[in-house]
Design a protein. Structure first.
Length: 305
């Protein structure tokens, strides 16, 4: 005998191992498990779930993940790690101190380009004396068209909030950046009572883990139109999902010159008549970006084991 099951809609706002926290349209948060083993939800997923009542508390089973607009993920030889889905903006945070890795920055930009997600680069701690050097390192990114915003989240919070609000309003934004750049400072500045939003349920789910390493969705406004997603710091950023031939298409500075190469299938590494290398020599593509391109191209051209 079959019976009609009513599926409810929800938004995945956190994931802890095999459990997810799903928020209902009314703003209630329910602990859900996925149906079966293969269904992998990520924060930002829109899902359909079914209520199950266990020991008097609401629980649910995720029955269906709605089609994603986009998915930001990284992939190395061994595994794929998804950050979040259905994003309107990727906010890549770097800071004057600790000095950021340009390779890591470029990799996150390439991942966003390949997933079709707009990017804002946020340079924090411009109150520090080495700000000029950091600004200089970001100049090529500005020149290739990225929105680069400077802030001092701690030293000048009001200005920072004013600069960020129009970029975040009404959007779902993933915040990504290495440890120590100020991600917590950003969340605490933009999200009133951030800790309260994490809530008892997620604290209970997270207990027993030594660190809060999970990705978490926060609402910036009471009307729940602006979402900020905090993701744990990243070190490795594999881009195995990308075909090496496609790599320049995701690097705007290189992309501008690929049409100038003698060979249509130029790898821009040793061929004669390469428009990209000519642009590097003229200083139109920065030497560090070209080096990063070579490293990633090499990595993606190696056979997978
Ligand atoms: N000078 C200066 N320091 C800042 C600013 N914003 C944050 N900091 C400092 O930078 C350090 C790191 O800030 P957090 O917000 O904890 O950084 P995080 O990215 O969350 O770091 P993890 O928790 O390790 O991922 C703290 O000591 C902050 O006080 C700023 O605008 N200027
Ligand atoms: Zn070339």
């Amino acid at each position: 005998m079959t019976r009609a099951v009513e599926l409810e809609r929800g938004l995945v706002v956190a994931g802890y191992g095999r459990h997810y926290l799903v928020e209902t349209p009314e703003g209630r948060r329910v602990v859900c498990r996925p149906r079966g083993k293969k269904s992998e939800c990520v924060v930002g997923d829109r899902v359909q779930w079914m209520r199950t009542v266990a020991s008097g508390t609401d629980e649910g089973v995720i029955e269906r993940i709605e089609p994603r607009r986009n998915l930001l993920f990284r992939q190395d030889e061994w595994r794929t790690k998804s950050f979040a889905a259905n994003l309107d903006l990727l906010l890549v945070m770097v800071a004057v101190e600790p000095q950021f890795s340009e390779s890591q920055l470029s990799r996150s930009l390439i991942a966003a380009e390949s997933a079709g997600i707009p990017v804002c680069i946020l340079l924090n701690k411009v109150d520090l004396p080495q700000a000029a050097a950091a600004r200089e390192r970001l100049a090529p990114y500005r020149a290739m068209g990225y929105d680069v915003q400077e802030v001092s989240l701690q030293a000048a919070p009001d200005e920072a909030r004013a600069a960020l609000a129009p970029r975040l309003d009404g959007r779902a934004t993933l915040v990504l950046g290495p440890s120590g750049t100020g991600k917590s400072t950003l969340i605490n500045l933009m999200v009133p009572a951030a800790q309260a939003q994490v809530g008892e349920i997620s604290q209970a789910l997270n207990s027993g883990r030594h660190t809060t390493t999970s990705t978490q969705w926060y609402w910036v406004d009471a009307a729940r139109t602006t979402g900020l997603i905090d993701s744990p710091g990243f070190q490795e950023f594999g881009l195995r999902q990308i075909d090496p031939q496609q790599l320049p298409a995701y690097m705007p500075d290189l992309r501008a010159h690929v049409g100038e190469c003698r060979f249509y299938n130029c790898t821009h590494r040793q061929e004669p008549g390469c428009g990209v290398r000519a642009a590097v020599e003229r200083g139109e593509v920065s030497a560090s970006r070209y080096r990063i391109y070579g490293e990633i191209h090499e990595e993606l051209s190696r056979p997978a084991y």
